[in-house]
Design a protein around this ligand. Structure first.
Ligand SMILES: NC(=O)c1ccc[n+]([C@@H]2O[C@H](COP(=O)([O-])OP(=O)(O)OC[C@H]3O[C@@H](n4cnc5c(N)ncnc54)[C@H](OP(=O)(O)O)[C@@H]3O)[C@@H](O)[C@H]2O)c1
Length: 220
């Protein structure tokens, strides 16, 4: 029998952390929700328990404790907070999958703060050299999680990383969340994925998609 994976969501009180937590509660996972404001993260857990009483969800007030218990860690925090989070969890994230969802946007949303030859995910990998950093969920808006099928089409969610087994594991998470997983390549592809989301954000603001928009590769 497959053992139930434990997933720590750091930043579970935020837009993305809450959306990811709620969507993964559809799967057979143990979810550890973590954020600094306990009342906010407890509200997310309560909402999950109300809609899915069988879900295994707990709140943990410390990212280190949650990551220590977890098989998979999702860093659902702003890019600017990743270094601090990485320093805290480095030891306990050893050999574990750490999902980078960050888009390192500048303050005016018209560029990225990362250098052209790197990405938020690659920077996180440097900070966590003994973890398997996987890029995922950065090309999906938080609002898409309640409606991953847009205009009759299931939105794609791109994944990048250097470890084949970890990519498969994260593909299953993405499917559970309701998106079509597309493994785009190794971690170096993350820069492209982060720029794709910068473009989608700009298009969203220009054409008023109301944050309900996503990518879909059409193919046969
Ligand atoms: N919003 C989207 O549609 C979207 C889509 C794709 C990717 N993303 C990416 O997802 C990440 C989160 O975005 P968001 O929109 O969910 O932001 P958000 O609503 O502001 O949530 C941020 C979360 O991070 C936590 N946090 C902030 N600083 C922290 C620190 N130093 N240590 C630990 N936790 C910290 C916050 O909790 P406390 O306030 O309790 O610290 C909060 O739970 C960003 O990297 C963003 O680029 C967002």
């Amino acid at each position: 029998m497959k053992t139930i994976q434990t997933i720590a969501i750091i930043g579970a009180s935020g837009n993305m952390g809450a959306a990811i937590s709620k969507s993964l509660a559809k799967g057979n996972y143990r979810l550890l929700l973590c954020a600094s404001e306990q009342d906010k993260v407890q509200a997310v857990a309560d909402e999950i328990k109300k809609s899915k009483p069988a879900a295994t969800v707990e709140t943990v007030d410390c990212a280190v404790d949650a990551s220590w218990e977890a098989d998979i860690i999702i860093a659902a925090v702003p890019y600017a907070a990743e270094e601090k989070v990485a320093q805290k969890i480095r030891e306990v994230a050893n050999q574990k999958i750490v999902i980078s969802i960050a888009n390192p946007l500048n303050d005016t949303y018209d560029g990225l703060v990362t250098a052209p030859d790197t990405s938020a995910a690659e920077e996180l990998q440097k900070l966590l050299p003994n973890s398997k950093v996987i890029k995922a969920f950065n090309t999906t808006f938080a609002a898409d999680f309640s409606t991953p099928v847009i205009d009759g089409k299931q939105a794609d969610a791109f994944i990048a990383g250097n470890d084949g087994e970890a990519l498969q594991t994260v593909s299953e998470l993405v499917s559970t969340a309701g998106f079509n997983p597309v493994i785009a390549g190794d971690l170096a592809v993350s820069g492209t994925l982060e720029r794709m989301q910068l473009l989608l954000i700009q298009l969203n603001m220009k054409y008023d998609y109301n944050w309900l928009a996503g990518w879909k590769i059409l193919h046969r």
